[in-house]
Design a protein around this ligand. Structure first.
Ligand SMILES: C[S@@+](CC[C@H](N)C(=O)[O-])C[C@H]1O[C@@H](n2cnc3c(N)ncnc32)[C@H](O)[C@@H]1O
Length: 348
C-alpha cells in the first residue's frame, strides 16, 4: 500500500493506491492477479472514492513478461515505477500513427477538453486573444497549433497566421481545412524547439499548457527561440497550470484492458498512474501500455505548474518584460485542471 500526500496539506488532497497480489502456479499454471484500486481525492470541496477489484486469468495472456509461466513482477514494477523528473517515455504521445488518429478525433470533438479545449472555450479565448494584439493585421505564430482550431479563427479575423506542430496528422488536417475554408495559413510540420525565425512575428502563441510540458532546459531553449522570432515589442502569449492545480487535478492510479482503444491496436493492458513532484511543482500522468505480443510502451505527459513569481523570474531572465497574468479566461474543464493562468509578456 502506498500513500501519497500532496504538498498542500491544507487542501486535503491525497491518493491511496494498491495493486498487485499474485497467486500463481497451480499444476495448471493458473495465475491470478488481483488488482485493487482505491482513490480518495478531496480538493476544492469535492471528494470521490472508489474501489475496484479485477481478477485476471494469466493463461489468457501472452505478455513476454511472463517467464516460465510466472509473471515477472520485477519487470512490471520496473516499468511502472515513478520516473525521474522530466524523464521521457519510450514513445511520443503526439506522432504515433495510431494514437494521433484518436488524438485528432479528440481535438475535433467540440464538447471535449481532451486534446484541445471545448469549442466554446476556444471561441472565448480567441476573442480574448484578439483584444491583446495591438495590430488589426498581426503576424502570428501558433506553436503546437494541433489541427489549427485557434489559427483558423485568427486568420478569419484578418491576421497572418503561421501554425507549427510536430504531429503530421494534425498538420495535414489543418492544411486541408484551411484550403477548404479558403484561409491563407502557413502550416509547418516541425518541432518548435528547433525553429529558427528572426524578428518575424508580432505575436507568438502556445496554448493549452504546453509550456509546462517542457523540462526546464527545453523551456529555456524555447524561450530563447521565441525571443529571437519576435519583433521588438512583440508578444508571447501562453497558458500554464498554476499553483492551485494540484488541488483540482485528478490523481489517478489503476489499469484498464482495452481493445482497439486510444493507445494501441488490438488488445492491450494499460497501467496508468499520476506521480507528483511537489518540490519541483510538477506532475506526470504515466501510461504503461502492454500489448498482446508483450511489447511495452511508456507514455508520459509531464506538467510543470508555475507560481507567478517563478514564471516572472524565468521570463525576465530571457529579456521578456511587462508580464500580465490572467486567471479567469477559461471555464470549467471536463478533462484536466481548470486552474490555469494565461500570461502575456513582451520582448524587451
Ligand atoms: C495539447 S495539444 C494543443 C493543441 C492546440 N494548441 C490546441 O489547444 O488546440 C499540444 C500540441 O502541441 C504539439 N507539440 C507538442 N510538443 C511539440 C513540439 N516540441 N513541437 C511542435 N509541436 C509540439 C502536439 O503535437 C499537439 O498538437
Amino acid at each position: 500500500m502506498k500513500a501519497l500526500v500532496l504538498h498542500k496539506a491544507q487542501c486535503f488532497c491525497f491518493c491511496l493506491g494498491q495493486y498487485i497480489a499474485v497467486k500463481q502456479d497451480t499444476p495448471n499454471t493458473f495465475l491470478v492477479l488481483l488488482i485493487k484500486e482505491c482513490y480518495t481525492y478531496v480538493g476544492n470541496n469535492t471528494s470521490k472514492c472508489y474501489e475496484k477489484y479485477s481478477v485476471w486469468d494469466g493463461r489468457q495472456m501472452s505478455f513476454n513478461f511472463i517467464r516460465g509461466q510466472r509473471l515477472d513482477i520485477n519487470l512490471l514494477n520496473e516499468i511502472s515505477r515513478r520516473p525521474e523528473l522530466f524523464a521521457k517515455g519510450t514513445d511520443s504521445l503526439w506522432d504515433d500513427p495510431h494514437i494521433s488518429r484518436h488524438m485528432l478525433s479528440a481535438h475535433l470533438d467540440p464538447g471535449s477538453d481532451a486534446a484541445s479545449r471545448k469549442i466554446s472555450i476556444i471561441n472565448h479565448t480567441v476573442t480574448w486573444l484578439a483584444k491583446q494584439f495591438s495590430k488589426s493585421k498581426a503576424d502570428i505564430l501558433d506553436l503546437g497549433c494541433g489541427p489549427g482550431l485557434y489559427a483558423k479563427e485568427l486568420a478569419a479575423l484578418g491576421h497572418n497566421v503561421v501554425g507549427m506542430d510536430f504531429s503530421k496528422r494534425s498538420i495535414e488536417f489543418a492544411t486541408a481545412d484551411a484550403a477548404k475554408e479558403n484561409l491563407k495559413i502557413e502550416y509547418i510540420y516541425k518541432n518548435y524547439l528547433t525553429m529558427d525565425f528572426d524578428a518575424r512575428f508580432d505575436v507568438i502563441l502556445l496554448i493549452y499548457c504546453d509550456f509546462g510540458v517542457l523540462s526546464n532546459s527545453e523551456r529555456d531553449e524555447l524561450l530563447k527561440r521565441v525571443h529571437k522570432a519576435l519583433r521588438p515589442g512583440g508578444m508571447f502569449i501562453f497558458d500554464v497550470f498554476n499553483e492551485k492545480c494540484p488541488c483540482s487535478k485528478i490523481i489517478q492510479k489503476g489499469l484498464s484492458i482495452e481493445k482497439d482503444g486510444f493507445w494501441a491496436e488490438g488488445q492491450y493492458l494499460n497501467l496508468f498512474e499520476t506521480f507528483l513532484y511537489p518540490d519541483d511543482r510538477a506532475f506526470v500522468d504515466q501510461y504503461v501500455v502492454i500489448g498482446e505480443t508483450g511489447d511495452i510502451k511508456v507514455y508520459r505527459a509531464w506538467n510543470h505548474y508555475y507560481s507567478k513569481d517563478e514564471i516572472g523570474e524565468v521570463l525576465g531572465s530571457f529579456n521578456f518584460s511587462k508580464h500580465r497574468y490572467y486567471d479567469n479566461i477559461i471555464e470549467s474543464s471536463n478533462f484536466t485542471s481548470t486552474d490555469v493562468t494565461f500570461i502575456v509578456t513582451c520582448k524587451a
